[in-house]
Write a protein that binds this ligand. Structure first.
Ligand code: ADP
Ligand code: TRP
Length: 321
């Protein structure tokens, strides 16, 4: 089975990214063919500073490698290093109904937040479909916010196949309930664009500030607390197995629990969890040439698969005269 997913280098990677996508990708590489990439072309829709995009892309590469992506076992690359994806985007554009894109939640949200509507933002899902269809992916691990984008990819693949003959695999989304929507500090979806994240590799002081500002309710210390509506409990649970989660639940239900103490504990849990990866990441950040060699190798491997699918699509539409 081919498993594929991408992430935007639009800022520091956070717990939502880690649990919904990165951690699961690293697990998948053991038994499946994995395609994991950094979508810098997509990030152009929101990052307009070249130096920041370069820095974020390099750091995202180091993040994944530090967390355990094995570039020998899997296909690990930067989106723009496989230019075939932009050609496929154009071929797919011609079977993508305008109305399908107009209904995009992410596009509509961005317009509602006052972001200027440009073609890149509008066509974002077509580029994402190209990312997926170019490698014949069967399964795509993402968070719930990407569900509609995957439905669009499926629609586009089906329309292409109906118009030109069977070329593309129609992929399945992979969105487990437990990590579908990781809450941020304020209980909304944790997201770079909402400024409510806990970054996995931030310095201790910065992480402390974030964890201590997780919003909790005003239940007095001496009263029992409700774990099921508590944001702090939801974030802490990501790090706990079933037994430990049950223990924490029982602490909530007994009078006397202090949110401030739970936050301090959680800070140490997060910090210690990422400590070995943080050390590895520091080595990678200092070895630019080594990381660049790895990314080049990944792009070369990915291009071989991409070319195969792109050639099939070129033939199907008739531009290979
Ligand atoms: P952000 O919303 O912070 O910009 P991205 O759009 O780069 O994050 O998301 C990268 C991956 O992480 C996607 O698969 C997305 O679904 C997932 N993801 C991001 N935030 C969350 C979250 N809070 N809960 C679950 N999944 C998330
Ligand atoms: N749109 C995705 C996000 O913001 C990123 C992405 C681009 C992606 N191409 C992809 C995810 C292909 C999965 C597969 O998170």
């Amino acid at each position: 089975m081919r498993v594929l997913s991408g992430i935007q280098p639009s800022g520091g990677l956070h717990l939502g990214n880690y649990f919904a996508m990165m951690k699961r990708m690293i697990e998948y590489q053991e038994h499946h063919t994995l395609f994991c990439f950094i979508v810098n072309l997509h990030a152009l829709t929101s990052v307009f500073e070249a130096a920041a995009l370069r820095k974020n892309t390099f750091e995202a590469a180091c993040d994944f490698l530090a967390l355990g992506i094995d570039p020998e076992k899997s296909y690990f690359y930067v989106q723009s290093d496989v230019p075939e994806v932009t050609e496929l985007t154009w071929l797919l554009s011609n079977v993508t109904p305008f109305g399908l894109l107009e209904r995009g939640h992410s596009y509509k949200d961005k317009l509602a937040r006052g972001i200027p509507a440009n073609h890149g933002l509008f066509a974002y899902p077509v580029l994402m479909a190209a990312d997926i269809l170019l490698y014949g992916a069967d399964r795509v691990p993402v968070g719930k916010d990407q569900k509609q984008h995957l439905e669009m990819t499926r629609d586009i693949a089906i329309r292409f196949n109906q118009t030109y003959g069977e070329v593309f695999v129609v992929p399945e989304p992979d969105i487990p309930e437990a990590v579908a929507m990781v809450p941020g500090l304020d209980g909304q979806k944790m997201s770079k664009s909402y400024g409510n994240t806990i970054e996995i590799f931030s310095p201790h002081e910065a992480m402390k500030k974030r964890v201590m500002s997780i919003v909790t309710d005003a239940t007095p210390v001496e009263a029992p607390k409700n774990p099921d509506t508590c944001n702090l409990f939801a974030i802490y649970s990501l790090f706990l197995d079933a037994n430990s989660k049950q223990e924490l639940r029982e602490r909530y239900l007994k009078p006397g629990l202090k949110y401030g103490e739970v936050k301090k504990e959680l800070l140490e849990v997060i910090w210690n969890y990422f400590t070995p990866y943080r050390e590895k990441r520091a080595e990678l950040l200092a070895d630019r040439d080594g990381v660049m060699r790895i990314m080049k190798m990944g792009a070369d491997k990915a291009r071989m698969v991409a070319t195969e699918y792109l050639n099939k699509a070129r033939h199907a539409v008739g531009i290979d005269y």
